[in-house]
Design a protein around this ligand. Sequence first.
Ligand SMILES: [Zn+2]
Length: 107
Amino acid sequence: MELAALNRKPAAENELNWVTATFMALFHVGAVVALFFFTWKALFVSMFLWWVSGSLGIGMGYHRLLTHRGYRTPKWVEYCLTVCATLALEQVVGAHGVDFDREVHAS
Ligand SMILES: [Zn+2]
């Protein structure tokens, strides 16, 4: 089973990705609203989720596992790391692709 989104052509260089733009705008509005509901507990939960999405999701999931295939895991771990990565609202692995990554690691 394939998702229709996987068959969609990626946005061109200067084209706006409306799905990403909408979610980014909503998250920023939510961040401003969150200032009026501040609690220390919520701050620590947000810091934990930031670590989950950045370190586990992007670092271990998108980058090391899906882009480089640097290690092997059971499929359920791969899916969990991918879900964690989606919390960061970065584009899919193809956008942080091997070509880009080779340039980064070559420097
Ligand atoms: Zn890399």
